[in-house]
Design a protein around this ligand. Structure first.
Ligand code: SF4
Length: 416
């Protein structure tokens, strides 16, 4: 286990490199194909309570974060996760195994290909090239088969997507792409990653992400090094994400989605929800980048019980729930940088009668972890324990006012 280094910037926690936080050590679990069996979900949630503080978070990369471990318990949790098949036993391979995929996989008949099969091939392929251990920790892949829960608004350094009847290989920061068969897609994506590493090795100041390399070298040069031939640029893809908040579909495919307030669920809630979903016929749960858990294969007569259970536990099954409009980072006391209790303040804002379509971002410091894009209102916690208010912007933008407590900030937002 790597010793925590609290001064490191841009930390990307893994099972083997826990990140120190205000409430103890935090580890990130990256279930293969953004899915885990109901049994594994229950087992890992039980371990989160036993070894950590039982707080679980779903990230925008469809990973799970578990909080509140001590240096003596974190290894037990990681060992269990690996034994459940939820991580690689090799820390170097685990670090670069960043493959986000559409949650339904083969359960979606409208998808062009089974994204889970292809994502597994990508994981196998990148694990077999030791030169890829040099990839930056945030470098990631995306495998999107299209269909009901397409990841069209989500980006990654290297993307395999369904485009009409074709499979495209794309790099972030470019509208050019290559096409290939399902059989060749994983190897093509790996070739692009190896091209990134090769170019980086010859630079004194290595690039952190593919879009930086694209900006410096151009797409064609990168595709050339990878042995791929790009096609002409196409129109920019729409940036909006599919909303699966509280969505219940009984047509094709059949699944139930439950959203997590601000991306958080307790271990007890996770055990209860997974148990209820299993009773209703679900065998696995899919993780989405939209703060929702998806349960494919749920049976119609029992679905209402699962929804009722989730609602009574404080989770979200209604698309009109005001908490869906709010992004809030963990805040105080969980993050050492935080000066405000952002999630409690988010609940307060959600209880108000804000205009339905307003988006709100509550960031407990200027880093803005919970939302990278602009929101209608962004509240940023300052060292004085009060908020600054940014209108139509991000946490790093210039605020229109400072020194607001949450009631004063709410008043400004309602008065607009
Ligand atoms: S925005 Fe700041 S306070 Fe919130 S989680 Fe990120 S670093 Fe911590």
């Amino acid at each position: 286990m790597t010793k925590p280094d609290t001064k490191r910037q841009g930390w990307c926690p893994t099972l083997f490199e826990p990140m120190p936080a205000g409430d103890g050590l935090l580890v990130r679990l990256k279930p293969s194909c953004s899915n885990l069996s109901i049994e594994a979900a229950i087992a890992v949630a039980e371990a989160a309570s036993l070894y950590g503080n039982g707080i679980v978070e779903l990230t925008s990369r469809a990973n799970l974060q578990f909080r509140g471990f001590s240096s003596s318990t974190v290894a037990d949790f990681s060992e269990l996760a690996v034994s459940l098949g939820l991580g690689s036993a090799d820390p170097r391979r685990e670090k670069i195994r960043n493959v986000l995929t559409s949650p339904l996989g083969g359960d979606d008949p409208d998808a062009l290909f089974n994204s889970h099969v292809l994502a597994s091939s990508v994981e196998t392929s990148i694990a077999s090239y030791p030169d890829l251990f040099a990839l930056p920790p945030k470098f990631g892949f995306l495998v999107d088969g299209g269909g009901a829960l397409a990841l069209s608004g989500v980006r990654a350094d290297i993307m395999i997507r369904a485009v009409g009847d074709l499979i495209s290989i794309e790099v972030d920061g470019s509208s050019e792409f290559a096409t290939c068969s399902a059989t060749d897609a994983a190897e093509a994506a790996t070739s692009l990653a190896r091209a990134f590493v090769r170019v980086n090795a010859s630079h004194d100041h290595p690039f952190g992400r593919m879009r930086d390399l694209v900006g410096s070298l151009g797409t064609r040069a990168i595709f050339d090094i990878a042995g791929l031939k790009p096609c002409s640029p196409r129109n920019a893809r729409g940036g909006s994400n599919v909303s699966v908040s509280g969505l219940l579909s009984f047509n094709s495919p059949r699944y139930l989605a439950v959203s997590l307030p601000y991306g958080e669920i307790s271990a007890d809630q996770m055990i209860g929800l997974a148990t209820a979903a299993r009773t209703a016929g679900a065998g696995r749960l899919g993780l989405t980048p939209w703060r929702s858990l998806v349960f494919p294969g749920i049976s119609l007569p029992d679905a209402d019980h699962v929804k009722a259970w989730a609602e009574s536990a404080g989770l979200i099954t209604r698309p009109c729930d005001p908490r869906l409009q709010i992004a809030a980072c963990p805040g105080s006391p969980r993050c050492a940088n935080a000066t405000v209790r952002s999630r409690e303040d988010a609940d307060f804002i959600a209880s108000l009668d804000l205009p339905e379509r307003n988006s709100v971002h509550i960031s407990a410091c200027g880093k803005g972890c919970a939302r990278q894009t602009a929101a209608d209102f962004t509240l940023v916690g300052n060292l004085d324990g009060l908020y600054s208010l940014v209108r139509y912007g991000r946490a790093t933008d210039v605020p229109e006012s400072h020194g607001l407590n949450i009631e004063q900030a709410a008043q400004r937002m309602r008065g607009s």
